[in-house]
Design a protein. Structure first.
Ligand code: URA
Length: 510
């Protein structure tokens, strides 16, 4: 076997064998295959594609190039949630505590932001005292005691992906679905989850700009998970506008606090949170325990496409059904330290109600009930309590978190940061807030980084008062931007003026 033959084969659109793919990744890692040869192969993959088996083999070869976490001692199915990256996406900080409160273990390894895309660890790092540097022992202990942990990816997870990504970045080979899917899934599979819920972002602020390619990416990642023996579902969610009101790091934590205390909840964020929680819960042991094995067999695993405008999900292709995975989870649960009975005892009576539902009733009624429970956990303050417990367990200052509930105290925190208001240029309806431009403005303000090593300003970013669909009068405040530097504020205002459209025509129609 030699690399030239492998490149030639892919150049002619032929299917690579598992042995050829492993040989390539091993050779790349030990230096026997050169960067220019890998680059040529990447371009051939970009142009000719890869089938599901090849993409899975590439993913697994990358996964095994470094550490692979073993979370089996948790004794329950670990469900992970992964977003392909967006602007203002703080869902992990909300979904995690809800899941932990529902008894589903959340073992999260998050990344830092890069480019216009924010990262959960940067948001958490804006909380004084919070540490995302967690030892292996502490990681397991937090899952067992708090039910949730979020650690920075310090492990040597999928180093072949880092190597390949660096080459893709400089050879024009980033935008290939098999390469993106294998890059994301190699890290997911290395971080030890048994089941994965993917939030594939679609729109101007995302990798995937249109629905067709977002669906294709979702399907490719689900195929990889399936062939690797993991349960997986995907949601495709809108990223044409920022998610929620805040874009930045501490600003997004403030929005999370406002959301969990019920002070201010953005509808799009609420609906996405409920949907992600529902998907995670359905894949967890808790759901299986509640609805029993037979019921599970009636569940379709689908790609869901969420349309924020009509506030509805449409189900598209049925991707897979894999009841044996549930059976396996059921057996493993016998060793769990977490007893579902204990959790149900403390839970809302609505959760206990679910237990009495008959197997064949796994229908819309059950799903509605589940969504109702998740909603109650948010509105009743249980998720906020768990959020504070999680922050405290990783060293974060809970009094600081509580101070974010008070607008006056927030003003004090931002007292030394420069700010400016974005106002409506005319009366009308806001018809556009371009997510990519919001991402660029936030990067300009200092909330993001261009290179992995760059520093960020935790206070920088954008806090919106209005979002798409809102009516505004000329001069009315649409939002406030924060930065440490005057020049950055000026540049960000220019970008945001381009990003926001206020339609007089729409206004006159109303
Ligand atoms: N995120 C990744 O981890 N890899 C890609 O290739 C694209 C997005």
């Amino acid at each position: 076997m030699n690399i030239i033959e492998i490149i030639e084969k892919k150049k002619h659109g032929l299917v690579l064998s598992k042995e050829e793919i492993y040989f390539t990744i091993e050779g790349m890692m030990n230096g026997t295959i050169k960067d220019y040869q890998i680059s040529a192969l990447l371009m051939a993959i970009c142009l000719k594609g890869m089938n599901a088996q090849e993409t899975t083999d590439l993913t697994l070869a990358m996964r095994y190039s470094g550490d692979v976490l073993d979370l089996s001692s948790i004794g329950m199915t670990v469900v992970d949630k992964h977003s392909t990256g967006g602007v203002g996406d703080k869902t992990t900080l909300i979904v995690g505590p809800i899941m932990a409160e529902l008894g589903v273990p959340v073992a999260k390894m998050s990344g830092r932001g890069l480019g216009i895309t924010g990262g959960t660890i940067d948001k958490l790092d804006s909380i004084p005292g919070f540490s995302s540097d967690v030892s292996d022992e502490k990681f397991m202990e937090l899952i067992k005691t708090v039910g949730m942990v979020d650690a920075a990816q310090t492990k040597n997870l999928a180093p072949a992906d880092k190597y390949l990504y660096a080459l893709r970045d400089v050879t024009g080979t980033v935008d290939s679905i098999p390469l993106i899917a294998s890059s994301i899934m190699s890290k997911k599979l290395a971080s030890g989850a048994d089941a994965i819920v993917l939030d594939v972002k679609c729109g101007s602020g995302a990798f995937m700009k249109d629905e067709k390619s977002a669906k294709q990416l979702a399907k490719t990642m689900i195929d990889i998970a399936y062939l690797a023996g993991k349960e997986c579902t995907a949601i495709i969610s809108d990223m044409n506008q920022p998610l929620g009101y805040a874009v930045g790091n501490l600003l997004e934590v403030i929005e999370v606090v406002q959301f969990l205390t019920g002070k201010r909840q953005n509808n799009r964020l609420l609906e996405l949170v409920i949907r992600l929680c529902r998907e995670m819960y359905v894949l967890s042991d808790m759901f299986e325990w509640l609805y029993k094995d037979e019921a599970i067999k009636h569940l379709d695993r689908r790609i869901h496409h969420f349309n924020f405008e009509s506030k509805s999900f449409s189900d598209t292709d049925i991707i897979m059904e894999c009841p044996e995975i549930y059976e396996d989870a059921y057996n493993r649960r016998a060793y769990s330290d977490i007893n579902p009975d204990d959790i149900l005892e403390q839970a809302d009576p609505a959760v206990r109600f679910c237990e009495s539902i008959k197997d064949d009733a796994i229908d819309r009624r059950v799903i509605d009930r589940l969504e109702g429970i998740i909603y109650d956990f948010i509105q009743g303050g249980r998720a906020y309590k768990k959020f504070k417990e999680f922050i405290a367990a990783q060293g974060g200052d809970v009094r600081f978190i509580e101070s974010l509930e008070d607008d006056e105290k927030v003003k004090e925190i931002f007292a030394n940061e420069l700010s400016a208001q974005i106002t409506a240029p005319n009366s009308g309806i806001i018809t556009q807030m371009d997510a990519e431009l919001f991402g660029r403005a936030s990067l300009e303000l200092g909330a993001g980084r261009i290179t992995k090593e760059a520093d960020i300003d935790p206070l920088a970013g954008i806090m919106l008062d209005k979002t798409v669909g809102d009516k505004v009068e000329k001069g009315e405040v649409i939002g406030t931007i924060y930065s440490a530097e005057k020049e950055k504020i000026k540049n960000a205002i220019n970008i945001l003026n381009e990003a926001i459209l206020v339609s007089e025509e729409q206004y006159n129609k109303e």
